[in-house]
Design a protein around this ligand. Structure first.
Ligand SMILES: Nc1nc2c(c(=O)[nH]1)N[C@H]1C(S)=C(S)[C@@H](COP(=O)(O)O)O[C@H]1N2
Ligand SMILES: [Mo]
Length: 539
């Protein structure tokens, strides 16, 4: 584990500064006056918590916890956070793995992946980024949906008056409350059933109207389809890795808020506060506590159920996600044509490697001969099956692009790729009208982490639409040189609106098919078959 001291200081400086000022103020001038309870009661406020708000609060808690737990597991698949887009090992500001980076041997991104204890991570326990993503995306739909209903009802009723400050006076009032808390004094609290104190109001307001939108807008800065179509988007925060780091820091802020929120609920009258938010009364009885305890048990049970489903019924979770999330991703990003291009100075000094180079004698022989005898076989549902040598591919025309690679694990890197555009190849081989997908078969064996012995050759597939995309190329060059052994020699796929696992390296043959479910495990690729990845990888 390692955190960059400078970043830590910057992150900690604002809260520490505020606490220091509060201490000085208290020491020199004493505690500031708070708005009196009677003046607060005089302000007309909607009273209590309507049922939609209490239910929304519960739903929010459930999906928020699922989001955090699955998000943390996704983070641990590449347990490093950077401010730079190249992800050069050693430049991370936060490293959540004891492994610095072995210098004496190849260290792939997959080997770098960690998993969390299932008490924290969803699913945790073993390498499961595919499953964690399914839970993350399923949860986020409900979390956002619930959030929109909540905000709509807030403004459709008078409930917004409690949450939205309407006078700048809230700032000095909130500061006065803060000076009390920061110097460990408990101010006289208004009854939260009728009125929040100013700091409470400001914090709730910020969580709903600043933090939640920040979580929403930092997410898509990691989507290959979205950022390849709208290159300006990740540039808003700076780059993709800044977006990813901010997404994480927003979660930290949420957790800090939740911790303080729970502490304050407990300190300022747990029994009554629980009645407020659970049953909607201001009574002093224990009904809210009991029903609240049942609600919390339910949340824990549902979380445990999510873990169990992920481990025992991964295919069911994968297919449910495919049913619900895939159409939404297709709707949002399916037609986004990738166009993002970078300049030569942007090229990454280091480019992470994934996957295992082929060990079959066929490929080793080809490599030994400098791939002179390599022939790409293109077959299946095509009018004109072909076999092409590298020279024949070169004769069909070189296309070059400098693009950003997005690995599902979280790392990225910029490189220049040169090769044959897939649409040129398709013009040559003429896919038959009933062909729906194109499959790329590799010489190398796939690695299903934590599923030793499972496998066979790596492969993946594309829809014909993605295959036709102008930035889908069969690359034989990287940064102006022939592909190296680790990056997929002699031929690999680049498809810039998808995540890295779709980009098969060490391509042996290309097959056009009518029905992808008839190929191998039937899910569309090795990672989809064995690691339950979603087959549409544009987020
Ligand atoms: N044959 C094969 N191709 C593969 C993989 C693999 O394991 N085997 N890994 C994929 C993944 S997960 C990524 S992120 C990219 C990485 O490409 P790079 O090693 O050139 O960075 O290759 C993809 N292509
Ligand atoms: Mo990847």
């Amino acid at each position: 584990m390692r955190i960059d001291v400078k970043t830590l200081l910057i992150l900690a400086s604002l809260p520490l500064l505020l606490i220091a000022i509060a201490l000085v103020q208290w020491g020199s001038m004493g505690l500031p006056a708070l708005p009196s309870a009677t003046s607060m009661a005089a302000i007309m406020q909607p009273q209590g918590f309507p049922s939609w708000l209490r239910i929304g609060h519960f739903i929010n808690a459930l999906f928020f916890i699922l989001l955090v737990r699955s998000g943390l597991q996704i983070l641990m698949d590449h347990p490093r956070l950077y401010w730079n887009v190249h992800c050069t090992p050693g430049t991370e500001w936060l490293r959540l793995t004891p492994v610095a980076m072995p210098k004496d041997r190849m260290w792939t991104a997959k080997e770098d992946a960690r998993h969390l204890s299932p008490w924290i991570g969803l699913p945790g326990y073993r390498h499961t980024v595919g499953m964690a993503r399914h839970w993350h995306f399923l949860s986020v739909l409900f979390w956002i949906g619930n959030g929109f209903v909540y905000v709509a009802l807030l403004f459709a009723t008078d409930a917004w008056h409690r949450l939205v400050p309407t006078s700048w006076h809230v700032v000095p009032d909130a500061w006065a409350v803060f000076v009390h808390y920061a110097t460990l004094h408990l101010p006289q609290e208004p009854n939260g059933f009728f009125h929040y104190n100013a700091l409470q109001q400001l914090s709730y307001f910020s969580v709903v109207f600043i933090l939640a939108p920040l979580a929403l807008i930092t997410g898509p800065s990691m989507s290959p389809a979205f950022t390849a179509r709208f290159p300006w988007y990740p540039r808003l925060p700076g780059n993709r890795q800044i977006g990813r780091s901010l997404h994480f820091l927003v979660m930290c802020a949420f957790i800090a808020f939740t911790g303080m929120h729970i502490a304050m609920v407990a300190i300022t009258g747990l029994t009554q506060n629980m009645n407020h938010i659970v049953v909607g009364t201001d009574a002093a009885n224990t009904t809210g506590l009991w029903i609240g305890a049942i609600g919390i048990t339910l949340i824990i049970g549902l979380n445990a159920g999510a873990n169990l489903l992920a481990w025992r019924q991964p295919r069911l979770v994968q297919h449910t996600a495919k049913l619900i999330i895939t159409p939404i991703m297709r709707l949002l990003f399916g037609r986004a044509v990738p166009t993002a291009q970078f300049a030569p100075p942007d090229i990454s000094p280091y480019f992470w490697v994934n996957g295992k180079a082929p060990t079959c004698s066929e490929w080793e022989q080809l490599e030994a001969d400098g791939f002179r005898n390599y022939r790409l076989t293109v077959h299946g549902a095509v009018g004109n099956p072909v076999e092409l040598s590298l020279d024949e591919m070169r004769a069909l025309g070189l296309s070059e692009q400098i693009t950003l690679h997005h690995c599902i694990q979280g790392w990225s890197g910029i490189a220049q790729w040169g090769g044959l555009r897939m649409d040129r190849l398709m013009a040559l081989v003429k896919p038959l009208p009933h062909a729906t997908a194109v499959v790329f078969h590799s010489f190398s064996d796939g690695v299903a982490l934590d599923r030793p012995g499972v496998g066979g050759r790596y492969y993946d597939s594309l829809s014909l639409r993605d295959a036709h995309s102008p930035q889908t190329i069969l690359a034989y060059e990287m940064n102006g040189e022939p592909l190296t052994r680790h990056h997929g020699a002699p031929l690999r796929l680049r498809v810039e609106n998808q995540l890295g696992f779709k980009m098969v390296k060490w391509i042996q043959s290309i097959e056009f098919v009518e029905d992808i479910s008839a190929i191998r495990g039937g899910e569309g690729g090795f990672a989809e078959d064995h690691e339950y990845f979603g087959e549409l990888a544009n987020i």
